[in-house]
Design a protein around this ligand. Sequence first.
Ligand SMILES: C[S@@+](CC[C@H](N)C(=O)[O-])C[C@H]1O[C@@H](n2cnc3c(N)ncnc32)[C@H](O)[C@@H]1O
Length: 195
Amino acid sequence: MGLLSDRTYGIGGPRHRMVGWLSEDTPFGKFEVLKSILRNGDSILDVGCGTGLLVDWLDNEGYDVDYHGLDLSNKFLSVFAEAHPELLDRLSEGSALSPFNEKYDVTVSFGLTSDLNGVDQAAALIGNMVESARDAAIVEFWDETLFDPIGDGIPPKSWSIDRITSAAKRVCPGCDVNVMRPLNWSDFAVVVFKR
Ligand SMILES: C[S@@+](CC[C@H](N)C(=O)[O-])C[C@H]1O[C@@H](n2cnc3c(N)ncnc32)[C@H](O)[C@@H]1O
């Protein structure tokens, strides 16, 4: 698996710092951003957890965390629970756009934002993630100003880094809003530190 180019980025760092984390051509590359943030023993909420790819990455990396997953789709959650029966009582069905009831050390969302419509929904998601996070909230977006995933020439959504970081600052004016991106990908993660 990849090495981080700089394990110290982000925390306490300048806002909008752009730092590459190594991404090999693997679905796991996007999770590397967590390495400088998540610690053993932390609780983590994985919003839009799907079939549980993040849990495989956490296991591969040797993390021992208190994992919770949330997803709209019962179908994905069933596949997840079949592969990880030990996490059955940690999975819940629910929407990323409704407030979460609990607090977690870190909240994350990978791959969900292509299902959102517009910056207002993105801001609502970031707001919920930040509200439920004690330390940090991480939301991955595709920079659709750089990449047209469908290739249909239709103007992309508004996931430009500027618009998303502005939305994050709006929902949490006192937070430290950072952007991290994997090398050679059009993804970026907005990382909001609460303290
Ligand atoms: C592309 S998958 C990503 C799954 C996983 N996070 C990963 O990185 O492999 C997107 C997931 O987000 C879920 N999702 C989409 N919109 C959602 C919403 N509003 N609330 C909760 N989950 C949502 C989908 O059901 C799907 O499981």
